[in-house]
Design a protein around this ligand. Structure first.
Ligand code: FAD
Ligand code: SIN
Length: 524
């Protein structure tokens, strides 16, 4: 079956939903998500969303903090845009019904996180993402112009390559006409034709054995864009959050928000000693690449599996009131955080790279936009400043709608796109093989492509991955399409991109640290 929409939105996190709500003013919108509307990285966000609110803070300080965290690799125009447009983005969220905590005097209650020189994080207790997602989902469900497709998995974007017409970056001039989509309830593959499409498919966490990301984060948008020959960049900059709760066997790993360090929590080795000042004068509040590497180093030197986060010196009723989700979660595991240290360990958390977009959210493929974690705007550079990603998603979703709304009046649907061809794909899926290959990819990435890298480790990862890639492509050609085999292909593509781009960077910068080139090149 073929469906036609002016705007096709793939993903229902903060980027996809804020885009859809705005695009609906200009045409018909379809929003797809591979599970339910509310399962997203967005729902898991704890700390909050950064914006300049009150003096003594100002845009210049927020810009400076973002550039410092980004370690000389940010796109200044993107940084300037996002930070100056932040107040308008917050207004949008308030308009959509999002509730941020306020103080008794009516002012917003601001938190501070690693790398921020001021208190500027708007939050809803310690579950800001849940509040945002819930409010946006409420809006979208009530919107008459938006069709929602849950359990609809985008397999590939539809493109036609006009070879011979060359544009920037030597990429062939490619058009996107929509996507092939698997309805997971009926197992039918539908063609969704669109005038413009937005990839808002979120993160890649499940490429690694441990991650704070939910199961949906398998880098599908990045892999689809790569297969369609879009430019994908900065993939080597994988962010490991310093403080995920150490609880072996649990996936996703529960996050202990960085805001709790802004509140005063201190990192300690297992024998109770503070160690961060050995690594950075900002101590436990240094940017997260520095903190994650310091923890990794302490754990390796001492042979420990975790370090501690100590909040016991803070006022217990305030801790319970400000961090109720963390308090409850730890208590369930027998840890009263007002009296006992919290065991924590660095864990994959975020990807700074992704599908390259310009200041309007346009990818290198015509009619295809990207926003949120799957995109690479250049805001984060080599390391994202905490709580800048929710903000980036809203700002760029808005930019993409503004651009596309101008464009769609000149565009038509491409009715010549053929239906999905599944000839010769009669093999029933071999779930054991798929699951096993998935585990192998996670193992390879966690063992060889983690916080500390080297050429030897990266090359070993690549050669192991190549075997799984060949086996999987072979299986894919012969099997009935399923979400599982598509996700496996996608995590392989994303892993490949991370390794290749890590091998290409002959220096250590931000989140990419390699023992072969421990220094930063100065000319970036
Ligand atoms: P997501 O919210 O991840 O949404 C992705 C959507 O894409 C989902 O609807 C999914 O179903 C859909 N999708 C994916 N693939 C397909 C497919 N093939 N077909 C159909 N649909 C598909 N950032 C901050 O700024 N502040 C924070 O405090 C913060 N805390 C965080 C805490 C945690 C635990 C985590 C995991 C992240 C945190 N982040 C935080 C990062 C931030 O939450 C994410 O970067 C952001 O929410 C990503 O939003 P998104 O819209 O790009 O994607
Ligand atoms: C956190 O709350 O520590 C996460 C913030 C972020 O990832 O931006």
């Amino acid at each position: 079956m073929t469906r036609k929409y002016d705007f096709l939105v793939i993903g229902s996190g903060i980027a996809g939903i804020t885009y859809a709500l705005k695009a609906a003013k200009f045409g018909k919108v379809a929003i797809l998500c591979k599970t339910t509307l509310d399962e997203s990285n967005t729902s898991f966000a704890q700390g909050g969303i950064a914006t300049v609110m009150y003096e003594p803070d100002n845009f210049e300080k927020h810009i400076k903090d973002t550039l410092i965290a980004g370690d000389g690799h940010c796109n200044f125009a993107a940084v300037d845009k996002v930070i100056r447009e932040a107040p308008a983005a917050i207004e949008d969220l308030l308009h959509f019904g999002v509730n941020f905590d306020k103080q008794k005097n009516g002012q917003f209650d601001l938190h501070r996180e690693g790398g921020h020189s001021e208190f500027r994080i708007l939050h809803h207790k310690d579950n800001t993402g849940f509040e945002i997602q819930e409010s946006l989902v409420r809006e979208i469900k009530a919107h008459p112009e938006i069709d929602v497709f849950e359990y609809h998995f985008a397999i590939e974007i539809l493109t036609q390559h006009h070879l011979g017409e060359w544009v920037t970056h030597h990429t062939p001039n490619i058009e996107c006409y929509g996507a092939y989509v698997l309805n997971q309830r009926t197992n039918h593959i539908h063609t969704f034709l669109s005038k413009v499409a937005l990839l808002a498919t979120g993160g890649i966490g499940n490429v690694y054995l441990t991650t704070t990301n939910p199961g949906i984060a398998t880098g599908d948008g990045i892999a689809m864009a790569h297969r369609a020959r879009a430019i994908v960049k900065d993939m080597e900059f994988v962010q490991f959050h310093p403080t995920a709760l150490y609880h072996p066997g649990e996936k996703p790993n529960f996050l202990i928000t960085e805001a709790i360090r802004g509140y005063g929590a201190v990192l300690r080795t297992v024998d109770g000693k503070e160690f961060m000042h050995k690594y950075d004068e900002r101590g436990s509040l240094a940017p997260r690449d520095i903190v994650a590497r310091a923890i990794d180093n302490e754990m390796k030197i001492r042979g420990d599996n975790f370090v501690y986060l100590d909040v016991t010196h803070k006022d217990a009723p305030t801790t319970k009131k400000e961090y109720p989700t963390i308090y409850k979660k730890c208590l369930e595991l027998g840890i009263d955080i007002t009296k006992e240290f919290i065991p924590v360990t660095p864990t994959q958390h975020y990807l700074c790279g992704g599908i390259e977009v310009d200041l309007n959210g346009k990818t290198s493929i015509n009619r295809l936009y990207a926003a949120g974690e799957c995109s690479c705007t250049g805001l984060h550079g080599a390391n994202r400043l905490a709580s800048n990603s929710l903000l980036e998603a809203v700002v760029y979703a808005n930019a993409a709608v503004t651009d596309a709304a101008e464009l769609i009046q000149y565009l038509t649907f491409n009715d010549k796109i053929p239906e999905w061809n599944d000839e010769g794909t009669s093999l029933p899926e071999e779930m054991v093989l798929i699951t096993q290959s998935f585990r192998e990819v996670e193992q390879i990435m966690s063992t060889y492509v983690g916080i500390v890298r080297s050429n030897l480790r990266l090359k070993r990862a690549l050669s192991r991955l190549e075997i799984i890639y060949r086996e999987t492509e072979n299986l894919f050609e012969r099997s009935v399409v399923s979400r599982e085999i598509c996700e496996l292909r996608n995590v392989i593509s994303v892993s490949y991109l991370i390794i290749k781009q890590a091998l290409a960077r002959k220096e250590s910068r931000g989140l990419h640290y390699t023992m072969d080139y421990p220094k930063k090149m100065i000319n970036d």
